[in-house]
Design a protein around this ligand. Structure first.
Ligand SMILES: Cc1cc2nc3c(=O)[nH]c(=O)nc-3n(C[C@H](O)[C@H](O)[C@H](O)COP(=O)(O)OP(=O)(O)OC[C@H]3O[C@@H](n4cnc5c(N)ncnc54)[C@H](O)[C@@H]3O)c2cc1C
Length: 259
């Protein structure tokens, strides 16, 4: 798997919801072996080597706009690193390392049959590119998304999904409750998910009850993003694995329990 270090120019920075930003950067000049795909991520750094935070920040690929085009990131402003990303303006330069990780294999997923894609909160970030690649492989997925309150960033999914179902904890939109309340895995041949661990655990449990395979994209704090420091190692049922290089996408039964 090839990752590059490069400096890229900011094309746009949009506010999608109060603490959610969409950052678009120019990616046109990169070589084909660095072509990113759904579920992979980049380590982003918009500050100098001697400045804090010490570590770059992992952010998933939200969308790749054409091989010659732009890379889009959707992120939640949480602490110092993402605040510094949020301060970027068009024309500013930032450093990227990536694409990192294994990602989703959309062609293999599409070949399985009917696909459900399940996201929670900012876990929807990697799912746009996933839906786009599934649609390109001839299999528009059904998207199930859960949010605490007002949903965001869903319009971009419309062209690539057969249906979109929304659940909110507050009842602000769609089904009033958890996304697991509207998902029926037996209607699908494969379920792909990204979101809070507790949500993915619930999705996996429903899938396991119905014998439907499930792939989950995990999030861990990580330092290098390249499999070198082993800081993001997680203990799976088939031994220790790095989330940054072996993952972030894993068969759900390897990383979640049914308990
Ligand atoms: C592979 C991968 C892909 C990711 N993709 C995205 C994405 O597309 N969009 C997005 O908004 N975020 C994504 N994240 C999470 C993002 O990297 C963190 O939110 C970010 O690093 C926080 O940095 P900060 O300096 O702003 O906050 P910090 O000051 O480091 O932390 C602020 C708060 O966020 C928590 N936090 C920090 N890192 C993580 C983490 N990795 N997981 C869970 N909680 C964390 C801290 O515990 C603290 O409570 C991804 C993480 C991984 C590992």
């Amino acid at each position: 798997m090839s990752a590059t270090n490069c400096k890229v120019r900011v094309l746009a920075q949009d506010t999608v919801a109060p603490d959610i930003r969409r950052l678009t950067v120019a990616w046109g000049e990169q070589r084909p072996e660095f072509a990113p795909h759904a579920g992979q991520f980049f380590m982003l750094r918009a500050w100098g080597a001697a400045e804090t935070p010490v570590l770059s920040r992992p952010i998933s690929i939200h969308e790749v706009r054409g091989p010659e085009g732009a890379l889009v990131f959707l992120y939640q402003v949480k602490g110092e690193g993402t605040q510094k990303l949020a301060a970027l303006r068009p024309g500013d330069i930032l450093s990227l390392t990536g694409p990192c990780g294994n990602g989703f294999d959309a062609a293999a997923a599409a070949a399985k049959g009917r696909v459900a894609v399940v996201g929670g909160g900012i876990g929807v970030a990697p799912l746009l590119q996933l839906c786009k690649e599934l649609a390109a492989a001839g299999r528009k997925p059904e998207l199930y998304v859960g949010f605490r309150d007002e949903p965001y960033a869903l319009e971009a999914f419309l062209p690539y999904c057969a249906a979109i179902s929304v659940a909110t904890d507050s009842g602000a939109a769609g089904y009033h409750g958890l996304v697991t309340g509207i998902l029926h895995p037996e209607e699908f041949d494969l379920v792909l998910t990204c979101g809070p661990n507790v949500m993915m655990q619930g999705v996996y449990k429903l899938c396991a009850e119905k014998g439907v395979p499930c792939l989950a994209s995990l999030e861990r704090k990580m330092a290098c993003g390249l499999g070198a420091c082993l800081g993001c190692t997680c203990h799976t049922k088939v031994g220790p694995k790095t989330v940054c290089q072996d993952g972030p996408v894993f068969p759900a039964e390897e990383v979640f329990d049914l308990g």
